[in-house]
Design a protein around this ligand. Structure first.
Ligand SMILES: NC(=O)c1ccc[n+]([C@@H]2O[C@H](COP(=O)([O-])OP(=O)(O)OC[C@H]3O[C@@H](n4cnc5c(N)ncnc54)[C@H](O)[C@@H]3O)[C@@H](O)[C@H]2O)c1
Length: 332
């Protein structure tokens, strides 16, 4: 009996938080993955779980995207997931040039590579493209409204918006099948706190009995979505030709305030840590602007692939806490 050939995927940023969970999803559905990652914010140990289950189907290349692509044959993959990027508010505010350059030049290189063989490609974008977000929930066709380029905080969102334009331009000019996935706050095991991500910071502090640092007044509204729900959705988006050439919000649909998130962390971990509110200006400088509400409309992705995130925030927090207790360095 003939066997179906294994599907081969390229995952840039595959040793990162979302990328490593995506690799597990791809491998457990019978595919193989070549991961390209320069380990600037990712870690090779993030791939341990994928390796121990399906080691022979995973290849790891430690390099920047541009360097690695120079050595890869065109048409060598059935699909590309481009997740490599400079990520995290702290990193972006500290080095906006790096954020813009990494996000624009590496994406341009991936799209040119993919276009040569018309390899279906998913681009990881961000809710940050909504910028100041005039109305909530955010819909894919909304106008994008940014602050001035003199405020470094917008460098990330602007660069991701350019990535999206580039991807859709390649779709139009080169008939490249592309999907743009705008991630909203994705959370779960392996996310690191040091670049400003809120949940690993809260869980680490709660377990250590230290104050949970809330940046701003704590009334900012966000929708969190577990990384395992997100990772499971990405191959389905890329694998469905009806999704090509389109933009999708990918996120949770249960708004919570940062204050409520802190409360949930204390409840789930049984911690009695105090909450400590710190003005944004003290953390990220005077010009930092935070968004009051960042909530996605996910009706498009629901209609397209039946996206229905099922992992509760409490379970995500419990899993992060278990990981932190087992391997504290994993989320530092
Ligand atoms: N986590 C979220 O909530 C979120 C929200 C919106 C968008 N995103 C997007 O999702 C993608 C993955 O983010 P993540 O949260 O997993 O962050 P991450 O930092 O864990 O992953 C990014 C990975 O890319 C790698 N990388 C960075 N620059 C590279 C380069 N030039 N060449 C090769 N590798 C490089 C890093 O080492 C890291 O492993 C990113 O594109 C990010 O912008 C994430």
């Amino acid at each position: 009996m003939a066997t179906t050939p294994r599907r081969r995927y390229l995952v840039t940023g595959g040793a990162g938080f979302i990328g490593s969970h995506l690799c597990e999803a791809l491998l457990s559905s019978g595919g193989s993955a070549t991961v390209v990652d320069d380990l600037s914010t990712g870690r090779e140990s993030n791939l341990d779980a994928a390796r121990s289950a399906h080691g022979d189907c995973l290849t790891f290349v430690q390099a920047t995207v541009t360097d690695a692509l120079a050595g890869l044959p065109a048409g060598g993959f059935d699909g590309i997931f481009h997740l490599a990027a400079a990520v995290g508010v702290r990193l972006v505010v500290e080095d906006p040039a790096r954020a813009a350059e990494t996000n624009i030049f590496e994406t341009s290189a991936v799209l040119s590579y993919a276009a040569r063989s018309r390899t279906p490609t998913l681009l990881a974008s961000s809710s940050e493209v909504y910028g100041k977000g005039i109305r909530a929930p955010f819909r894919e066709e909304d106008d994008l409204v940014f602050g001035p380029p003199t405020v470094s905080r917008w460098s990330y969102g602007l660069s991701k918006a350019i990535d999206e334009q580039l991807a859709l331009a390649h779709a139009q000019r080169d008939a490249l099948p592309v999907v743009v996935a705008r991630f909203f706050n994705t959370v779960g095991p392996r996310q690191r706190g040091r670049y400003g991500m809120v949940l690993p910071r809260f869980v680490t502090a709660a377990l250590a009995g230290e104050p949970l640092e809330i940046h701003g007044n704590g009334r900012q509204v966000r929708c969190f979505c577990d990384v395992r729900d997100v990772a499971a959705a990405l191959p389905r988006l890329l694998g469905d030709a009806a999704c090509h050439g389109r933009v999708f919000n990918v996120g949770g649909d249960r708004p919570v305030t940062i204050e409520d998130l802190a409360g949930a962390v204390l409840r789930v971990t049984g911690s009695r840590s105090p909450l400590n509110r710190i003005p944004h200006s003290q953390v990220f400088g005077e010009s930092f602007e935070d968004l009051a509400i960042r909530v996605p409309d996910i009706s498009r992705i629901r209609a397209a692939i039946g996206f229905d995130p099922s992992i509760t925030l409490d379970r995500t927090i419990a899993d992060i806490a278990a990981e932190c207790a087992r391997r504290p360095e994993a989320i530092a």
